[in-house]
Design a binder for this molecule. Sequence first.
Ligand SMILES: [Zn+2]
Ligand SMILES: [Zn+2]
Length: 139
Amino acid sequence: MSAKNCARCGKVFNYVAGAPLCSLCKEEDEKDYKRVKEYLYDHHGATITEVSIALDISVKKLKRFLREGRIEIIEGMNLLLECESCGAPIKSGQYCDACAKELADEFKAVTKQPNNHQAAQTDGFKKIAKMRYLNKNNM
Ligand SMILES: [Zn+2]
Ligand SMILES: [Zn+2]
């Protein structure tokens, strides 16, 4: 145990583990979390903004609930999180599928440097040649 300042209200408290919040703020967190869960139970597919307005809980806090892996909120939900790269709605994590793939591809390109570009070009030439052939036959 050590003395710490509560991350929310700044009060000094005996820190044990987990979030650096005093017992009062932690209790409030739990209450908010329960309200969010109840709200989502009745409003499947509500957005983070809707929940925030309806319950008067900050978007920041709601996002923290999600990122902390309180998965019950996410299930049956959509549009709650935003991709950190393009802002598209996602269900969990940090990036949408497209951006996650792009990031993975970029990573691959850096590590392996495959010659995909050239392969795609050759493919394109083949298609054009085929089209020309077909056009000739049609004429
Ligand atoms: Zn506090
Ligand atoms: Zn994205």
